[in-house]
Design a protein around this ligand. Structure first.
Ligand code: ACO
Ligand code: LMR
Length: 264
């Protein structure tokens, strides 16, 4: 009989060979004529399933709320400087994206991992925080440069309120909030930040929506899907900043001498 030559690539999320492309089996026509949005597209291509409306709306809220946070944050600053150096749009975008990591925007997966492990073990928030401190680690998802106890992050409040209204359960969010209660006793800027809030709420979504088995939740957490939400969202803002600089015809950026402490 015929022997199928082994392929060099395996793909399980889409198919572009038929009359019309599909995203995890859903045709383009269905996407456009049905009640689908970008949250549904993300659910099909990242999670390989349809998710309930409240969940795709939550994904869209994360994308909308993380799209930009002003020109001064690491990512936007890099994109602005790159744009002013006359580089192309893709270079401006990636130079901004490359700042996303454990300190800025890329703490969502670590926050989800840490909150899940601690909450599932029933670890009291002070023990969780002090345990990380003993290891010389910061609590991912906690802390902000400009947000504090008296200047809360509106994004966190909006996501929290939505989840409390529409999610079947918010066990991990409650845990993250109790961690925040403890860290706020140490310093006013140790708030639950937007990365931590999304990490905790995604855990709640994954584990209470009924759409994921416990093994699948662990897979999402261990592969690390969630920083992708910030990357995707912030790309919108980074492109905006790059275009803004070009539109303004801003010249090459050079950092002022007075703002550097020369010690040599
Ligand atoms: N856990 C424990 N202690 C902390 C934390 C934390 N997450 N954040 C700050 N501290 C404490 C530390 O004692 C720190 O002192 P150290 O430098 O000796 O460790 C002290 O606060 C002051 O820290 P700074 O570095 O001055 O705080 P900064 O304002 O620069 O930090 C940052 C902000 C980077 C967000 C920090 O809080 C942090 O690393 N958080 C964890 C990572 C994280 O969640 N990042 C995502 C932020 S949200 C976003 O980017 C969209
Ligand atoms: C962001 O969304 O970029 C931030 O929360 C980081 C910041 O310093 O504003």
């Amino acid at each position: 009989g015929k022997v199928r030559a082994p392929t060099h690539v395996v793909s399980t999320i889409c198919d572009d060979r038929g009359e019309e492309p599909t995203y995890y089996g859903v045709t383009m026509s269905e996407l456009i004529t049905g009640d689908y949005g970008i949250g549904d597209v993300l659910a099909l291509l990242w999670f390989k399933r349809k998710l309930p409306k409240y969940a795709t709306k939550f994904i869209e809220m994360c994308l909308m709320l993380c799209a930009d946070h002003g020109p001064c944050v690491s990512g936007a600053h890099n994109s602005i400087v790159t744009s002013r150096a006359g580089k192309d749009l893709v270079s401006c975008l990636v130079s901004g994206l490359l700042t996303i990591g454990p300190r800025f925007g890329g703490a969502i997966d670590d926050a989800a991992r840490c909150f899940k492990e601690a909450c599932d073990k029933g670890l009291a928030p002070p023990d969780f925080v002090e345990g990380l401190k003993r290891q010389g680690k910061r609590v991912p998802g906690i802390g902000h440069r400009i947000k504090s106890k008296d200047n809360r992050d509106k994004r966190v409040e909006l996501l929290q309120n939505y989840a409390e209204k529409f999610f079947p359960a918010t066990r991990y969010l409650q845990y993250a909030v109790s961690v925040e209660e403890y860290t706020l006793g140490k310093a006013a800027n140790l708030v639950l930040n937007v990365d931590g809030c999304i990490g905790a709420l995604f855990l709640d979504l994954l584990s209470s929506s009924g759409a994921f088995s416990a093994k699948e939740v662990d897979e999402v957490i261990s592969i690390g899907y969630l920083n992708g939400l910030f990357v995707l969202a912030r790309s919108i803002g980074l492109i905006g900043h790059a275009l803004d600089q070009k539109r303004l015809q801003e010249p090459l950026y050079r950092h002022p001498w007075e703002d550097v402490l020369y010690t040599s």
